[in-house]
Design a protein around this ligand. Structure first.
Ligand code: NAD
Length: 399
């Protein structure tokens, strides 16, 4: 028995180490299988060549935005053009959530129809963060009832989270991501070097989702300790280390998505760890539109771990303290009070927001039950419901 455990452990460590060196990864879902290519050291010509040989299409659209350095797409543009493709570049002049909007969708569609001979074989290449990926993916899903689609993520959040799994969409009527589609890409091209130009707070905001993956993975038990002991490499954006952890994180997301593409059996819901509180924090009057998603997720993860501890689901309080220190060291917030004054008005707003989130609650008898995905321990996730009245009592202890 002991020997078997040692062998399994050694095997897992070997797999963990080998995964860090993989050059590509297969994502298998019920609707589509596709590859994530890790292209760190390659020239833009060779990335262009990969796209051309994979798709062999007559027309390509590159969708990007003004903050994305032109060298991330110019080389690919010129390579495709030089090889006879009809290629149209759309560079949005606004950034952020404003681009996930009907007006932008219409403007971009019009530009495509005016400049491209579109067929279902055409390829849309989204080069940018989660915003461009979500907008581009949704556009690809509706143009001609679905054209081919490449994700080239340029933020850490997009590399390890939003470019994988096929959730696409735009915001409308004051709600996030309410118009959209599940539409898997045909290829993801991941180049960690793009992170060098990303502002630090955007970069570290994306890291919060990596840490979330490390807490929920059952397969990569070494991942969390590896992150915790290498915070200087994380903070200094050590490219070798980053490339490795991006690959592991992609593998964890891909694994979850392949087990539950459309959030039907509870497995994909594990990714909501930290997010019930995070979504409420993001909508606080004081922070609305001003807090980065990953910062809210960091606060949400700590709060939900404390909640799980208070309710007896999660026993390891020391780990919560370790995570708080880790966040402090890499400049991620761990507690709401680090950002704003937390008072009874803030608690009331949070309770109102978690109750409003339809995905998160349902009535049972008199009480409202709020959904949380929490770890019972590292690698053992559970979807639970906590009554609003219990949450209300504990809120001041967890935020
Ligand atoms: N589809 C999914 O599964 C999924 C998952 C999580 C989040 N999301 C969505 O992702 C979006 C957030 O994504 P994000 O955090 O990448 O934000 P983002 O796309 O707005 O990018 C963040 C900022 O960084 C800039 N930027 C991007 N790459 C850069 C680079 N390499 N160098 C310099 N600047 C760069 C952008 O202009 C922007 O100002 C949200 O809309 C969210 O809803 C989607």
């Amino acid at each position: 028995m002991f020997l078997k455990i040692v062998k399994t452990l050694a095997f897992n460590i070997l797999i963990y180490k080998m995964s860090k060196f993989s050059l590509f990864m297969q994502v298998c879902t019920s609707s589509k299988n596709y590859e994530i290519l890790f292209v760190g050291g390659e020239t833009y010509q060779s990335i262009g060549a990969k796209i051309l040989s994979h798709f062999n299409a007559k027309s390509y659209i590159i969708l990007t935005e003004k903050n994305i350095p032109s060298e991330y797409y110019n080389g690919i543009y010129h390579y495709l053009e030089a090889n006879g493709a009809n290629i149209h570049l759309i560079k949005l002049d606004s950034i952020g959530e404003k681009n996930k909007d009907f007006k932008v969708l219409t403007k971009v569609s019009k530009s495509i129809f005016e400049n491209v001979t579109l067929t279902r074989n055409s390829v849309l290449i989204a080069i940018g963060g989660g915003v461009i990926g979500d907008l581009g993916g949704f556009l690809a899903s509706i143009l001609m009832r679905g054209i081919r689609f490449v994700q080239m993520p340029t933020t850490l959040l997009a590399m390890t989270d939003s470019s994988i799994g096929g959730k696409t969409g735009i915001n409308a009527f004051g709600y996030k991501n309410v118009i959209g589609a599940f539409y898997q890409p045909d290829m993801v091209i991941c180049n960690a070097n793009y992170l060098k130009t990303l502002p630090y707070e955007e970069y570290i905001s994306g890291y919060a989702e990596i840490l979330k993956h490390a807490i929920l993975t059952k397969e990569h038990v070494d991942f969390l300790p590896d992150l915790l002991k290498n915070e200087h490499k994380i903070a200094s954006r050590d490219m070798r280390f980053l490339t490795g952890i991006i690959k592991i994180s992609c593998q964890i997301k891909a694994n979850i998505v392949s087990r539950d593409e459309r959030e039907q059996n509870g497995v994909r819901a594990f990714l909501n760890f930290g997010h019930t509180i995070a979504h409420a924090v993001e909508k606080l009057k004081e922070l609305d539109g001003r807090i980065l998603h990953g910062h809210a997720v960091a606060i949400g993860m700590i709060a939900e771990l404390k909640l799980a501890y208070k309710l007896g689901y999660f026993k390891d309080y020391e780990l919560i303290s370790i995570l708080e220190t880790h966040f402090e060291n890499i400049k991620l917030p761990a507690r709401l009070e680090q950002l704003i004054e937390v008072n009874s008005r803030v608690y009331r707003q949070i309770l109102a927001k978690v109750t409003l989130d339809k995905k998160n609650h349902r009535n049972i008898g008199e009480d409202i039950m709020i959904s949380f995905a929490i770890p019972k321990k590292i690698g053992a996730m559970e979807n639970i419901r906590i009554s609003l009245s219990s949450l209300k009592k504990l809120l001041s202890d967890i935020l």
